[in-house]
Design a protein around this ligand. Structure first.
Ligand SMILES: [Zn+2]
Ligand SMILES: [Zn+2]
Length: 88
């Protein structure tokens, strides 16, 4: 969701997000395309790939109760670490 005070991504940031969205979900490994979740709003290089459920699901999602995150013992930084490792 684009909020008013959020800077538009640069070209490099847009290209990064395209790559992130092509990746499988960083939590349950559901095949892409995924959604990009930023660890910090507007800091696009902190984006991680998440399926709709691990992202926005009320039960499993990072924006919800984060149940699958707890089952998998993952947090946002762990998934970011794995995401960067997979990109290199
Ligand atoms: Zn998932
Ligand atoms: Zn998100």
């Amino acid at each position: 969701m684009q909020s008013k005070n959020k800077a538009a991504p640069t070209k490099a940031e847009r290209e990064h997000i395209v790559r992130i969205k092509e990746m499988p979900c960083g939590v349950c490994e559901a095949p892409g395309p995924s959604e990009a979740h930023e660890l910090r709003q507007g800091e696009w290089h902190t984006s991680i790939p998440l399926c709709a459920d691990c992202h926005r699901g009320s039960f499993n999602g990072i924006h919800g109760q984060q149940r699958i995150w707890k089952v998998k013992r993952l947090d946002e930084l762990a998934v970011l670490n794995n995401t960067i490792a997979a990109l290199v």
